[in-house]
Write a protein that binds this ligand. Structure first.
Ligand code: GRF
Length: 193
């Protein structure tokens, strides 16, 4: 699999994907890391792994579609066939979705369809749930929607804060994302036959 990763932040999921590839748990290569935020830690991680990086600052584009056009162009230039959103904090348009139909994935820190959108972990705490978790899903236009590929659950424990619950969820994100990529790719290949 030739992956392009879209990330805006710390990049711990990017790191987990790179580690899974290095250990041959995921047969893939990350051809490019696209980031919209010049200060993001994920850029340093990509440099350390020797992954080409592209900085596409959304503020320099006049619309969401213009940003997504630049993203698609960059992905094609790097011969990407699967797009992995790993903490990508921009809403995507049909331009990106249609360019990679069935091959555009996202990870979200809740058990979707509960708690889509921002501050999902705090939303779960506020709702008083006993079980939280994370979801890898296909990307559709509506935020954090689309067919679910894989989920992992974690318990909410007494005195959990957003931070403590988030870090328990992230351990599971790092486990399931590489597996979910392989599973989605396997199913996609079967459908093409
Ligand atoms: C993850 O919690 C993911 O679920 C959400 O953004 C966060 C990204 O974390 N979409 P990281 O940048 O991979 O550390």
């Amino acid at each position: 699999l030739k992956l392009g990763v879209l990330a805006s932040g710390s990049g711990s999921n990017f790191e987990a994907i790179m580690t899974a590839i290095e250990r041959s748990e995921l047969r893939a290569k990350v051809n490019v890391l696209i980031c919209n935020n010049s200060g993001a830690q994920v850029i340093e991680r990509a440099i350390q792994w020797g992954v080409p990086t592209a900085l596409l600052n959304h503020r320099e584009f006049e619309s969401r579609t213009a940003l997504d056009e630049a993203i698609v162009k960059t992905l094609i230039e790097h011969d990407v066939d699967w797009v992995i959103m790993a903490g990508w904090m921009r809403r995507v348009t049909l331009h990106l979705i249609n360019a990679f139909t069935g091959r555009l994935l996202n990870i979200h820190p809740s058990l979707l369809p509960s708690f889509p959108g921002l501050h999902a972990v705090q939303q779960a705490l506020d709702a008083g749930v006993a079980i939280a978790g994370c979801t890898v899903h296909h990307v559709e236009l509506e935020i954090d929607s689309g067919p679910i590929i894989m989920q992992a659950a974690v318990p909410v424990i007494a005195n959990d804060t957003e931070k403590s619950l988030q870090s328990r969820i992230q351990v599971q994100e790092h486990c399931i994302y590489p597996v979910a990529i392989a599973l989605a790719a396997h199913r996609y290949a079967q459908k093409q036959q």
